[in-house]
Design a protein around this ligand. Structure first.
Ligand code: ADP
Length: 297
């Protein structure tokens, strides 16, 4: 399996500064924030794989990784160490394929050493996120998926503030099946309600393990928590993604899981979630609210 194509260019050495003053989201049709109550539930995984699934469904997709604590999307998509450079319109995102239908901008590209944690205080982080949102030259995109830090923080509010003027936003909320994770997600849904962010739906990740020999599914972390939560909150349930060693491997190798593993257990789950999102958006009136309805937590 091969990592995405791309040339390695010189890494930028300076910090942020000197960008275009105005936003670059005019050509972006839908912005989706991917949220989770806490780290490690697969938020970045779902962001990366949904982006791939939407791209393979013929859409132009961008990913904005503003997870300052752990910008892992570049590694997951084989783009670690790639350089971003500037054009008149701002930062040029890193394109992941030859036909330039999927691109990525990550805080990880701008850190001198991506392995080091960002230890800035809140206001500096928020300023970076705002600038980051407005200064990337995305061009025309069907979807921009935003991988946010876990939880609900100043950074989320900053991202929302910066993104909201550019059109309808939606949130995909990721949880694992256990009650503890589900409790964290309940707070995430409350955040969406309070900030007026429309919830496209809940994804239950790590939802059972399908034995590669007998195809039986063991519910390692219990099951059904995400669906119950979605029902209780009155938001759509988008689907369950099982634990899948081929997905782990693909993420480790920076490959294209959707292209490389169409027979794996996580494949139908991920493509069906992408389909739900496409159908939800196809029904949305331009610039209006979605028939999926608001979050009622
Ligand atoms: P988060 O962004 O919520 O912190 P990640 O997306 O980084 O979580 O996922 C944590 C780890 O779990 C990653 O190493 C990823 O490879 C693995 N992982 C996530 N979801 C799955 C899955 N459905 N099957 C197998 N491995 C997964």
């Amino acid at each position: 399996m091969e990592a995405f194509l791309g040339t390695r260019e010189e890494l930028p050495t300076s910090g942020l500064g000197g960008f275009a003053e105005h936003g670059n989201l005019a050509g972006v049709r839908h912005v989706l924030l991917v949220l989770s109550g806490k780290g490690g539930v697969g938020k970045s995984t779902i962001t990366a794989e949904l982006a791939l699934a939407l791209r393979h469904a013929g859409r132009k997709v961008g990913i904005l990784d503003v997870d300052l604590c752990g910008p892992s999307v570049p590694r997951m998509l084989g783009a670690q160490g790639r350089a971003v450079h500037q054009c008149d319109g701002g930062w040029v995102p890193v394109f992941l394929d030859r036909d330039r239908s999927i691109c990525l901008m990550s805080v990880g590209f701008l850190l001198e050493n991506p392995a080091e944690a960002v230890v800035w205080r809140g206001p500096k982080k928020s300023a970076l996120i705002k600038q980051f949102v407005s200064d990337v030259a995305w061009g025309e995109l069907d979807f921009l998926l935003v991988d946010t830090p876990p939880g609900t923080s100043d950074e989320h509010l900053s991202a929302l503030e910066a993104l909201r003027p550019h059109g309808p936003l939606g949130a995909v909320v990721v949880t694992t099946p256990q009650a503890v994770a589900v409790g964290d997600v309940r707070r995430e849904l409350t955040f969406c309600r309070k900030t007026g962010l429309r919830v496209l739906g809940v994804v239950e990740n790590m939802s059972g393990f399908v034995c590669p020999h007998c195809a039986e599914c063991s519910h390692v972390f219990s099951s059904g928590g995400g669906k119950e939560l979605a029902q209780h909150a009155g938001v759509p349930f988008l689907g369950s993604v099982p634990l899948d060693p081929q997905l782990t491997r693909s993420l480790e190798e920076g490959g294209d899981f959707i292209q490389d593993f169409p027979k794996s257990p996580a494949f139908p789950a991920l493509t069906s979630i992408a389909q739900h999102i496409l159908e939800g958006h196809a029904l949305s009136p331009p610039g209006g609210s979605s028939p999926l309805g608001p979050c009622t937590v």
